[in-house]
Design a protein around this ligand. Sequence first.
Ligand code: BGC
Length: 507
Amino acid sequence: MFIKITLPLIVTVRTFPSFVHHLKTLLSSSLQVQKYLECFHLPLEKLQEISARLKKDFNRGLGKHTHHRAAVKMLPTFVTATPDGTEKGDFLALDLGGTNFRVLHIRVNEDEQRVMKSQNCAIPQEMMVGTGEQLFDHIAACLGEFVNSQDLKGQTLPLGFTFSFPCEQKEIDKSILIRWTKGFNCSGVEGEDVVKLLKEAIHRRGDYDIGSVAMVNDTVGTMMSCGYKDQSCEIGMIIGTGTNACYMEELKNVKRVEGMEVKEGENRRMCINTEWGGFGDDGALKDILTEYDEEVDRTSINPGIHTFEKMISGMYLGEIVRLVLVKLTQEKLLFNGETSKALLTPGTFETRFISEIEKEDKGVENTKKILADLGLTSNAVDLHIVRLICDTISSRSARLCAAALATIVNRIRVNRKLDHLKTTVGVDGAVYRKHPNFSEELQDMVRRLAPQCDINFIVSEDGSGKGAAMVTAVAQNVCILVYLLHTNVLTPTLPHSFSTFPPQTAQ
Ligand code: BGC
């Protein structure tokens, strides 16, 4: 691990003795601090090992007899086609998943997906842990207000619903919530069909209606919206409040879905929502979990669930940093051994502080301000150590994501029996977007872990909302084709990926 030393470059003769003293203090505390940070260090070989473990978990999640108990769920999405550029129409989109809930009106035509209007709605903290009925009534009310304000009341537009939690998708408009993540814990929703809950809430109001609904995970939405621009986009990845990825898997490997037989020589694919956040829930990551990760898990609202996500995503990174800061202060390696009430309060060190502290130009200034706001008195050495801690924890997150993404690209390459794979990943999420060097570190590392893959990364704009509209549009295209086939208007020459959509039987 590097120790980045950021000291004033201009040292005059007068300031030289104090500079040397400063340097000595800095080096000696840095070395002591390094010992505490070693547990976060993941060298290349360890990442290769982690990727190999995830590969096994992917197979377990896809297996007919193993998926029930698998930590990495590998959920079939029934999205069997990426956009082909012919999709058109007006759509409503709902995007529920992280800290924000959005309603969008989207127009899709030959050359763009345009957000005509969008509106953010807050979800109060109490509602995140209240009853499901309250939550869906609130969503229906926000949607109603939006439909009204946009004069869309008379039209029953199709709705793309991005619901970014692990769901067992039965059909494109039937999706059972397996469990809540990311701070949500509304009663009466786990085990239920969320599309039905949404429709019931809209019917309870009775003042507007919606057309057909397509449900998607945000990773799928991201992949689909990027896929509109770049048709080789076949992976969607989110590193925001939570983390997850989806990718196009060979249908013949998706053993857990019945009724989708693939004939010899056919290359049909289905998008799989990996739910990689659950990696490690069976103890597979025990050797790399630190005491800080264990504490974050213990104090979360869902202990034992989404172990990998808790080491990586925005909901947890700030808290890991806070716990390390507390530890090092208690060990008298920071702030002269003096903590503050704010530092000792869970949740006070926000993940966005990490990005602000690690900024190349304003980092030092930002660190001073953040620490002062937390009631901490810091000197130059403290500032350096705090930055080192942030760097260590964000870097571990980027490297773990790289290991997981490498598992996917290597898998796609092997699936297709290619020596070399060229592919595109659509990405979204505040950690990836906002951190000054997260994306660079992730990309460098994934290239080292998957040397036979040439990966292009596209950051998606409004990805999950637009993507939900795209899924709805693709589904409509497919439904029109299936309908035309049924009514014998078309001869049965559907593109291979469309032919069994929507599925008849799903487990
Ligand atoms: C959820 C995923 C989602 C991810 C990113 C996770 O907590 O389980 O479904 O894709 O967060 O939003």
